[in-house]
Write a protein that binds this ligand. Sequence first.
Ligand code: ZN
Length: 914
Amino acid sequence: MMDTEDATRLAHACSRVRALEAMPLEEGEDVALLPQCWWSTCASAFEDASQSEDAVRDAVRGLEMIDMCALMHDGDGDGDTEVCVRGAGSWATRARDGLRERVDYAIVKRETFERLVDVVGMTDGSKAIIRTSVSIAGTILVEVYGERFSIHFGELEPKTIELSRAASARELLDACRDAYGEALRDAQDSDLRVVDYYSEARGELLTTDLTKKLDALHLVPNQALLVERKVGEYWPEEQSFIALPAGDDDMVNAYDADSLEIDVSLTPKNDVSTCQAAAKVGTRGKAGLSNLGNTCFMNSALQCLSHSSLLTEYFLSDKYLTDINTDNPIGMGGELATEYANLTGALWRDGALTVTPRKFKSSLARFAPQFSGYSQQDAQELLAFLLDGLHEDLNRVKKKPYVEERDSHGRTDADIADESWEAHTARNNSCIVDTFQGQYRSTLVCPTCGNKSVKFDPFMYLSIPLPTSRERMIKVTLVTYGEHVSAVTFGLKVPKTGDIATLTLALCEIADIDTMYERIVMLEVYNHRIDKVFTNMNMSLSLISDRDVLYAHRLPALSDTAPTMDTVLVHRRSGSQTKSPYAQVSSVPGTVVKFGFPWIVPVSSAEGETPGAKHAEFLERTVEKYAETYMRPAPGTPHSPSASAEPDERRPSAEPDARLFKLKYTNHNASATFEEYGSEASVSDSHVSSNTLSAMHVIAIDWSSKALTNTYDEDLFDVTVEHSSVKTNEISEAEQGTPLTSCIETFTQEEPLGKDDMWYCKQCETHVEALKKLDLYRLPPILVMHLKRFNYSRLWRDKISTLVDFPLANLDMTPYVLPHAPRTEAPIYDLYAVVNHFGSMGGGHYTAYTQHAEEGTWHLYDDSHCTPVDPEAALHNAAAYVLFYKRRDVPITRPMSRAGSLMNFMNADTGMGE
Ligand SMILES: [Zn+2]
């Protein structure tokens, strides 16, 4: 909380910050990361508080100091690898791995950050995370993380390097040289080169042109690179052919020369893994796509397109070659279409097991730079851009004629529709239009005078709204301290628009807590420590994601007479002790590992008193009492685990310090170890005040390995009991299934345009909130339906996890098509592909279900894996996100061969109503 003077200064900063953030980011400009939660509160305060300084002052008063710790790289726990950083960006302060923009952090101008810090301050231990924006493929981007690669040189240990994607091949070469220090220091540029070593197969030479940008080298994060040094006249490769995977080459050539006649020469050889034996079994169209780093969104969309037989046939038959439009200024000169064709060829090659879409991804990124990084994206957005890009590259119209829009007044629908479709196809004529595009009528009505505007627009896919649940379930584990510690997880049903106060209230109700006598401390636990304490009761619940782990500690109400300091106790043990024989990672000796969930013990102390030996004693007694819950059964009892059956011989039998645990001062994330708690030296020490969890301070309980081997069961420290409300509320969420048809009905329902989207009524001569209605008119051979699972708002995205009941076959669209629409074929559709999205927006995982175009069987594609599934059983889940339906008159299964007759079909019928 800030005082009035600070609030006044912040109110002054407000207008400057607003102006700064309204300006576009420029190349080379410095930006800073802010915790999203903090920034949302700040931004909405600035926004709500119109212009008045008083209003801003009131709105920002609740702002706390900026705590960057959750965004900073911990360095604790995961054995940190040494990384050689180099390139255009600067990564002086590393960000914690896996952070997501607009979920975990917001990007603001450096000056904004500095002004805010100037007023509200930063918590101790917080560091600014500054990045310099770079230009990649014509787009200004902020690289929160650099790209990492693992480099190999001869027999030496592999190294990790990190570079900006804006770095050049020259910088790549230098980074490799730096990483190997002594070994390569005296190597001339001409004697050194870097080779693509994806999947441990030698690929392209990367350093032939040192000015080339990393982005154009088709590399993927964390992939391997080979560093080679010339010895005398020769490169190592020329001296010894043994190192080359020679067998692979033969095989690729054999397939290239096969009757398929697919040109895959542009696909690097190490991008297609094949299996000779599998070729005979029939693997066509069952190849997986490697994940290049969060690219499952792309892989799932590509598998669905690849199983769109009309499109795949068109590419496999080379028919696309005659359509390639090299002159289209908004196309890619045919590059995207060519790379897509190569990818399709690779996916449908006999014997292909896995295909790595590196070149394709590069081309797509050049067309739509938002896909140039390796962060999770929206599969539907990618699909929309890809279809657009392919369309422009394959547009048979070389010179788009100018078409004047005519007033629709007084003419029949059929007239307007046909005219508008003709105008559209005069400018847009491609396989993509033939296959995916339809047309709908959009009617706007003035609610005041009834004035009507009718337009017919083409569409590539339908965005179908889903009924939103106004409530969500948030899991909170309530920790109660009595004789023992108990932890019960509740499933709390709360309004989505609620705040922390709503959540706390819901918990108090279900757990019967009277806040007169008790208080609830709501917090987020991450890596066995407290990450965030929710002190702002007005914080919106939308800032809490489903993956956040919430705990509520039930503590005695504060009293005015005895000031209380809440002491957070974090359980730790020595990292050298392996927890279980199955542990995959053995910890580095000397490190500490956290376990269990943190406890909070309120310690009351007289005014001005600092914690000392007295408190230490009290805490020790408390810890001993609480820990009884987690005692192992006494040795000798039948169910006793073999705890002391095999004494650890490395440990001396008589330890100098036989205590079960020690209390230690530590930092806010409990990664550091300072003096023993309560020791004289620390009474005046700054560690106490260096804690950042508002009024709390953090103490580590360092359990001895003996205590955890003999007396306590470490696993029990984490055990929580699930309250029945979790199951009950989960089931009720899952049961809210909605038929697809009712979602389509909603799509065609009249609804008012919002206040942000006013329509100018010519008759009323003013902007009105018009009523908008969509009706389907022409339906394409392939109907793509996008279920609008994601709500985008100014500050966050929200996912609707409603189960949609969609038919696998026989979806009759007749009721949703205008009655007077021309019709040659009945609009009956069968499902053949689905993109699934699991988890929350921004994170999560994508997979695809598709029906094999040749065999009619269904498969699950999960990146590189392809597994047969039973469609009836597998497809009905709440993950379905994009549905691909094909019209009944489109042949279902047809061999996808060069001489396929699908093409003839497509040319004969280019859509309904023709
Ligand atoms: Zn009007």
